[in-house]
Design a protein around this ligand. Structure first.
Ligand code: GLC
Length: 552
């Protein structure tokens, strides 16, 4: 069975996250759209990704960039029509790629007809579709997520004279999952999009579906029960399609969202806590925090898979670090107040790493070999910059930089939804796809090369993970290994990944006695290393160097 047709295809897949508005403008109105995206599918194929994640695309007043949905069964006008979307789905499938889309289940826009009806009076037939209360004193133990803009999860509605509950902006009222009609309607919406041929969903803001007094209203048993129902529904009607959980939680809490054999929940879930620790490790020049969080990560069922990422469309979240680590991350990575947002940092990968290609390559080398399926955020494959002067998280959602032309080839329009980056370091005049595709030494080629190498093996997506820790703590080392099974066949695979987290050369040794007689080969370069003997194996890593060594 091929990577594409396997029912567990997501375990081998590399994902690519697309903000359609930013990707390519097909009708030159200043907003990216599906026509534009369609014209760039060959680009995605060249890069070598397997599955595209499309951020919210439903009609929306855009208070939270589409995470405030006003109609679950249509496409926002700026992006085109359902037919345009379908053409993108078909085009991806024809090229051997899959596609998942964002579905916002926890809340709607306050402009959604359900909410307009619900708030119209206390007797409305849809009153109970949202969470209403006479006081704003309920669920006091629930934290506020958008800390910089909100001071309560309740907002008073003057129309019907009660408060409504919202975990995000006040224009995003939470649906009431205690109402069976709400539960059923979300499953109907899932069917609507599955029928159009998509391969699954990234399910937004999962932990917050239910509220219960005396709890923090996250990860409640009721929420898990509903997720199990959703999974059973998808499994019965749409086998081979996936649900990916956005649950920004500690590993042990996310573990519960995979469920257990016979009571499955999500196929995949983001591993949030590992992400900031990759950046932390570079500044602290030690692997310690990476080792700690991986040791704290429970094993997951055989059909489940983590998703790992370096950046996404939100602030680089520091919710899953200690208070001390958060302060350190802010000091080190967000010296300007404008760089900070809520409990995070609104910057992109390249600027976070001072545009140092050694560190950018190193973090990618880890991203593609750590356990789980990697996700690339659009533009990070060419090292795009950000614009901290834009509000909210818009600074990391600027137009994709395709070439040297006006607005980086994103659009012919004069006015864009947001200006293309044009500063001296990261501007499209210097950083763009055409320029990088013309240079075999570019970041784009490095990323593409890593993906094409990764594709030859299944150990990175499916193999076991075990640390290989030399005495020198500046070096991160781990094993990824896979024995062939009925589905994959082939030879056993065993890799030793080594990474130097510092800007100076590092030397150390590992006891590899069990592999005496084998000469490891770095699969990224094809270079063989010296044969392993009975003595500890000595090795040297250049500044921020990394190796993917195959022991065969
Ligand atoms: C998720 C999204 C974020 C959005 C929030 C509310 O965290 O990633 O962009 O604002 O949900 O829907």
């Amino acid at each position: 069975m091929s990577r594409y047709t396997s029912p567990t295809w997501y375990k081998d897949a590399v994902f690519y996250q697309i903000y359609v508005r930013a990707f390519k403008d097909g009708n030159d109105d200043g907003h990216g759209d599906f026509k534009g995206l369609l014209s760039k599918l060959d680009y995605l194929q060249q890069l070598g990704v397997d599955c595209v994640w499309i951020m919210p695309m439903f009609p929306s007043p855009l208070v939270d960039d589409g995470y405030d949905v006003a109609d679950y069964r249509n496409i926002i006008e700026d992006y085109g029509t359902l037919e345009d979307f379908k053409a993108v789905v078909d085009g991806l499938h024809q090229r051997g790629m899959k596609v998942i889309v964002d579905i916002v289940v926890n809340h709607t826009s306050d402009q959604h007809p359900w909410f307009i009806e619900s708030r119209s009076s206390r007797q409305s037939p849809l009153r109970d579709w949202y969470v209403w209360s006479e006081t704003d004193q309920k669920y006091r133990d629930a934290r506020i997520i958008f800390l910089d803009t909100l001071d309560s999860n309740w907002t008073f509605d003057p129309i019907s004279g009660e408060y409504y509950w919202h975990r995000f902006y006040s224009q995003q009222p939470d649906l009431n999952y205690d109402n069976p009609e709400v539960q059923q309607e979300m499953l109907n919406i899932i069917d609507f999009w599955m029928e159009l041929g998509i391969d699954g969903f990234r399910v937004d803001a999962v932990p917050y579906l239910f509220e219960r007094e005396g709890t923090n209203c996250e990860n409640l048993p009721e929420t898990h029960a509903y997720v199990r129902r959703m999974r059973a529904h998808v499994e019965a009607k749409w086998p081979g399609r996936i649900l990916l959980a956005e649950a920004n939680q500690w590993p042990e809490d996310v573990r519960a969202y995979f469920g257990d054999p016979g009571a499955e929940e999500f196929h995949m879930a983001f591993h949030f806590p590992i992400m900031p620790r990759l950046y932390l490790a570079l500044k602290q020049q030690t692997r310690k925090s990476i080792v700690d969080i991986m040791n704290r990560t429970p094993s997951i069922p055989p059909c489940a898979q983590w998703c790992v990422f370096l950046r996404n469309h939100d602030e680089l979240t520091l919710e899953m670090v200690t208070e001390e680590e958060r302060q350190y991350m802010w000091e080190q990575y967000a010296p300007e107040p404008r760089m900070r947002l809520n409990l995070g940092i609104r910057r992109r990968l390249a600027p976070l790493l001072d545009n140092d290609t050694r560190r950018i390559r190193l973090l990618n080398a880890l991203l593609f070999t750590l356990p789980g399926s990697p996700i690339i955020y659009y533009g990070d494959e060419i090292g795009m910059g950000d614009n901290i002067w834009l509000d909210d998280r818009n600074g990391v959602r600027t137009p994709m930089q395709w070439d040297f032309n006006k607005h980086g080839g994103f659009s012919e329009a004069d006015d864009l939804y947001a200006p293309a980056i044009s500063d001296e370091v990261y501007g499209y005049q210097r950083v763009n796809v055409v320029q990088q595709q013309a240079n075999p030494e570019s970041l784009w080629y490095t990323v593409r090369h890593m993906l094409s190498v990764r594709r030859n093996y299944r150990a990175f997506g499916r193999g076991t993970f075990e640390f290989a820790l030399p005495e020198n703590e500046a070096i991160l080392g781990y094993w990824r290994a896979l024995d062939p099974d009925d589905e994959s066949g082939g030879e056993p695979e065993r890799f030793l990944v080594l990474a130097n987290l510092t800007g100076v050369e590092q030397t150390s040794e590992l006891d590899l006695g069990a592999y005496a007689g084998i000469a490891p080969v770095d699969v990224l370069t094809g270079h063989p290393w010296s044969e392993i003997g009975a003595q500890p194996y000595l090795f040297t890593l250049p500044p921020y160097g990394y190796y993917w060594l195959r022991l065969r």
